[in-house]
Design a protein around this ligand. Structure first.
Ligand code: PLP
Length: 452
């Protein structure tokens, strides 16, 4: 293999890294002082560091590598496409086979009313596209006053101005000026905010905060509601069973578009193609990214349901929106290869019926640990809540470092788990064997012992 970089010692890499590389979502001062972990290769569900540590990747990269690492077929598909046609734009009446094939394939696997797709380079761009497309839709329908998006506290929809405005992350909001037409309502986080209510009662209450907001703002001004089927970066918040049906009822009642952000839930994580399918809810638009290419190429997009597509396609007039890399041929080739493996190897069925069930059973045993208040999850995504009082469902305290300590203990024990405050989350590759699932749970338990 031709090497594009020199082999160096960990210390050399860390020093170059600290000198020149500003990482995303990073305290740069801390990065310089602590030094980065340098990941040099990966195979199956494992990553390997420059000093030879083998770590079980409980986060699939960053919710990306749903099929794990070392997928030769995807690498080959990308290489072949780069040799055949490395790039051509899809503006100005042009298209190419991989982007056309992928569009038809996505329409095949998505719900029957999802027949069109608009490509982007990432999940953030997909959510920016959602904003532009929703505004265009209502303009074309002669209702330009419908501009408002309703989203949720603690949601994550990306890091562009549009994505971060749709998101409900206070830290991000404090660092830029948000779009004025995005409003936030309750998240369906029963463990943290449900109080004495049953999960079902709380699910209804959280959904009805959308209705309250619609009535406060004026139903004829609200364009859309957006939510992740399961909030991922906010701490794997699995909504109570009553939540999504009530959200759908409210959107239908007021004629508002429903958008499920599938960037994390899409492509098998819940054992279904999309999170909306898992919750049996019909969305109008579905932004996606990450798992669509198994993380092998950057690609995102928006699945566009017939309600919106029919208006966009029949009313005419140019939609002044798109990206140079919309539908990049090599990225589309990676997505086609990924979807082919998901289908051929019956990965969704395994997540739904066998391995996902096993993972959830084993993961749930962590709830017995003295510092775990709840273990929850669906398919191949899960979270545990760290607590110093199991009966009260409280976090350690506001300034708690338990999550950080636990994350560090996980790494020491050869496991990547992510900390969201005091919530520890996993989203491992769907291809993990039952032995590897056992290993994940064993390593997590050891890390909890060290944190306690
Ligand atoms: N939407 C959701 C639900 C996400 O989890 C993410 C990223 O984690 C994004 C959007 C943004 O995607 P990207 O980082 O590819 O821009």
């Amino acid at each position: 293999m031709s090497q594009t970089y020199q082999k160096r010692s960990t210390a050399e890499w860390q020093s170059m890294d600290a000198g020149h590389y500003l990482h995303p979502f990073t305290d740069f001062k801390d990065q310089m002082e602590r030094g980065s972990r340098i990941i040099t290769r990966a195979e199956g569900p494992y990553i390997y560091t420059s000093d030879g540590q083998k770590i079980l990747d409980g986060m699939s990269g960053l919710w990306c590598c749903n099929l794990g690492y070392g997928q030769q077929e995807i690498a080959d598909a990308v290489a072949e496409q780069l040799k055949e046609l490395p790039f051509y734009n899809s503006f100005f009446q042009c298209a190419h086979p991989p982007s056309i094939e992928l569009s038809a394939k996505l329409a095949e696997v998505a719900a029957p009313h999802m027949n069109n797709v608009f490509y982007t380079g990432s999940g953030s761009e997909a959510n920016d596209t959602v904003i532009r497309m929703v505004h265009r839709y209502w303009d074309l329908l002669g209702q330009p006053e419908r501009k408002i998006f309703i989203s949720r506290h603690n949601a994550y929809h990306g890091s562009t101005i549009g994505g971060a405005s749709l998101g409900g992350m206070g830290g991000m909001h404090s660092q830029f000026t948000r779009l004025p037409y995005v409003h936030h309502v309750d998240q369906p986080y029963w463990y943290g905010e449900g109080g004495d209510m049953s999960p079902e009662e709380f699910g209804l209450k959280a959904a009805r905060s959308i209705e309250t907001k619609i009535l406060e703002l004026g139903a004829d001004k609200v364009a859309a509601f957006i939510g992740e089927p399961i909030q991922g970066a906010g701490g794997v918040i699995v909504p109570p069973s009553t939540y999504w049906p009530e959200v759908k009822r409210i959107c239908d009642q007021y004629g508002i578009l429903l958008i499920t952000d599938e960037v994390i839930c899409g492509f098998g994580r819940t054992g279904h193609w999309f999170g909306a399918d898992y919750f049996n809810v019909e969305a109008d638009l579905m932004p996606f990214a990450k798992g669509v290419t198994n993380g092998y190429q950057p690609l995102g997009g928006v699945m566009v349901g017939d309600r919106v597509a029919d208006v966009l396609k029949t009313q005419g007039g140019e939609f002044y929106h798109g990206y140079t890399y919309s539908g990049h041929p090599a990225a589309c080739a990676a997505a086609l290869a990924t979807i082919n493996i998901l289908q051929r190897d019956k990965i969704l069925e395994q997540v739904r019926d066998t391995k996902g069930v096993y993972l959830q059973e084993q993961f749930a045993t962590l709830a017995d640990h003295p510092i775990v208040g709840e273990a929850r999850g669906v398919g191949f995504v899960g979270a545990i809540e760290l607590t110093n009082d199991k009966s009260a469902r409280t976090r350690f305290d506001d300034n708690s470092t338990a999550g950080d300590l636990c994350r560090a203990a996980c790494i020491e024990n050869g496991l990547v788990m992510r900390a969201v405050g005091d919530t520890m989350i996993i989203a491992p590759p769907l291809t993990m064997s039952t032995d590897e699932i056992d290993e994940l749970v064993d390593r997590a338990r050891k890390a909890l012992d060290l944190t306690a």
